[in-house]
Ligand binder design. Structure first.
Ligand SMILES: Nc1nc2c(c(=O)[nH]1)N[C@H]1C(S)=C(S)[C@@H](COP(=O)(O)O)O[C@H]1N2
Ligand SMILES: [Mo]
Length: 199
């Protein structure tokens, strides 16, 4: 049983070579969605956290806004080979949402409005490496990029960064998400070029 404590130890790799293998730099901000953009009003918006034994926390929009947000600037790497450097965001670190959660789970699975899912190790959400982002470039996050709020886990390929996130479940068994179950890599580290299963 682990009790998660809040930690803001940002792990940033050296700024030497910022382009992972096989990637190219782009200056626009492509939109990649498997379906239509869901439009969720702030009145109806809710984020849930559910543990492996069914304990539940939830935040409405006002509740999310009362939590401490951080400004962060990160490089994004999409498995379709574009990378975008120095994107500026504001969001609530997952360390805050997961603070004091008691869990034996080692995996997390994200559920989104619209049905998209993705899975990742719980530990990759911690230590200042993942946020629920609500602001991009000083503006409310645009719907096509996941607004009102999306997960951002920039150290993994961008398909892990669930747009329109509505539920985080902590699971004992790993449960592949949308892309992971059709042949994409289960973890997706851009620096190890883990694009497809077996990479
Ligand atoms: N809910 C949801 N989240 C999603 C996706 C999606 O289709 N639905 N696409 C993923 C993929 S494959 C990528 S590359 C990024 C794209 O984010 P962007 O559209 O803001 O560039 O969102 C990820 N998160
Ligand atoms: Mo993607």
């Amino acid at each position: 049983m682990t009790v998660i404590s809040r930690g803001f130890h940002g792990r940033r790799s050296g700024r030497g070579d910022r382009l992972p293998p096989g990637q190219y730099e782009t200056f626009d901000f492509p939109v990649l969605s498997t379906g239509p953009t869901p439009h969720v009003s702030l009145e109806k918006w809710e984020l849930e956290l559910v543990t492996e034994d069914g304990r539940r926390r939830s935040w409405d929009w006002a509740g999310l806004m009362t939590l401490p947000s951080q400004d962060f600037t990160v490089d994004l790497h999409c498995v379709t080979k574009w990378s975008k450097f120095g994107t500026r965001w504001r969001g609530v670190p997952l360390d805050v949402l997961l603070e004091d959660v008691e869990t034996a789970a080692e995996h997390a699975r994200m559920y989104c409005w619209g049905g998209y899912t993705t899975n990742l190790p719980l530990e990759d959400l911690l230590d200042g490496r993942a946020w629920i982002a609500h602001t991009y470039d000083d503006e409310p996050l645009a719907p096509e990029h996941g607004g009102p709020a999306r997960l951002l886990v920039p150290h993994l390929y961008l398909w892990k960064s669930a747009k329109w996130i509505r539920r985080i479940t902590l699971t004992v068994e790993d449960d592949p998400g949308f892309w992971e179950s059709v042949g994409y890599h289960n973890y997706g580290d851009p620096w190890r070029e883990q694009r497809y299963r077996g990479d």
